[in-house]
Each structure stands twice: as C-alpha cells, then as structure tokens.
Write a protein that binds this ligand. Structure first.
Ligand SMILES: [Zn+2]
Length: 177
C-alpha cells in the first residue's frame, strides 16, 4: 500500500507468528540441493538475531496498528488461527466478519521495497524465503476459499494508513480518528 520512510528500513525484521525457521513438514522442504529442514549455521550476529525474532508475536508494527485501532474504538482478536483449514494465525482477526489481517515482516515475507536476501548461505535463504511466500499465497487461497477477506500489510507501512484500510474494510467511519 504505502511505502515507508527510509528510516523504517533499518528496523530489524519482526516476523509473524507461526513461521518457525525449521519446520519439518512437506511445505518447508526445499527444491534441488537445498534442504529447508536444516538451517545453515548462523553466519552473523544479524542472522542469529533474525532467527531469534522469527515467530515472535506482538511486534512493534503490530502494536502500532493495534494502538490506533483501539483509539478508534475498534476491537479485535490477536494471534488467532481462523479456521481448521490452515495453520496460519492472523495478527488481527474478526471471526464474525470473516476478516483477517496479516502484518508481514519485510524480511521473512520478501517485501519488494525492503526485503533483501542474505549473502551468506544464499541458496538456502533464497529457497527459504521463496517457500515463505508460497505458503503465504497458499494461506490466502485457503482462507479466500473459506469465505475470508484477507488483508496483508507490510511492517514498513504507516500504521495510520494500515488502520485506515482496516477500518474501511470493517465499514467504519474514518472521521472517528
Ligand atoms: Zn518493507
């Protein structure tokens, strides 16, 4: 949607829940010589830090959006698995409205504006990140088929703009800001 300020690009990745780096299921198996069930040795402090952060909930971008929604009187549930058909957990979920919001970490979900591919262990990372994107698209397809509206935002997006879009999807007046 919107592109964040350059200052936001230096923020470390704050990935979504449920995206553990080494998952031994059929979805995470790589192609060719790349075995996604084995993670490469962390090549740097930055990579180690990334792995530690992966799967954390309540990330700073999520909290920023939630604060704005709350201030507008919008109530929501967080970190919810919407239905049995997917293992994905939405960052913000309205089950009655069948609306689910993901705030995707720029690194783990390969944001075209600020996602980047690590140089060390490049082949492993390329496959890993591509697999994440494929899983996101499968999740979208499954949820859409179940009648859910899926909204995805990047963590670099302005929280006010994200809140605007969510309110619009909920059919709320934006003048309540
Ligand atoms: Zn981004």
């Amino acid at each position: 949607m919107t592109v964040g300020s350059p200052a936001s690009l230096s923020r470390p990745p704050e990935p979504l829940d449920g995206h553990s780096p080494v998952v031994a299921d059929e979805q995470s198996r790589g192609v060719g010589d790349v075995d996604l069930r084995r993670s490469p040795a962390a090549s740097s402090v930055a990579v180690r830090s990334r792995f530690r952060r992966q799967g954390r909930r309540d990330t700073a971008p999520e909290l920023a959006v939630r604060r704005r929604l709350h201030a507008r009187g919008v109530r929501y549930r967080v970190d919810v698995r919407p239905c049995q058909e997917t293992r994905a957990r939405g960052d913000l979920v309205w089950k009655g409205r069948r609306l689910i919001v993901f705030i995707d970490g720029c690194f783990w979900h390969s944001c075209p504006s600020c996602g980047h591919q690590p140089h060390a262990n490049a082949a492993w990372w390329a496959e890993k990140l591509a697999a994440n994107v494929r899983r996101d698209r499968r999740t979208d397809a499954v949820l859409t088929a179940q009648g859910w509206r899926v909204l995805r935002f990047w963590e670099h997006e302005e929280p006010d703009a994200v809140a605007d879009a969510i309110c619009a999807a909920l059919g709320r007046e934006l003048s309540a800001r």
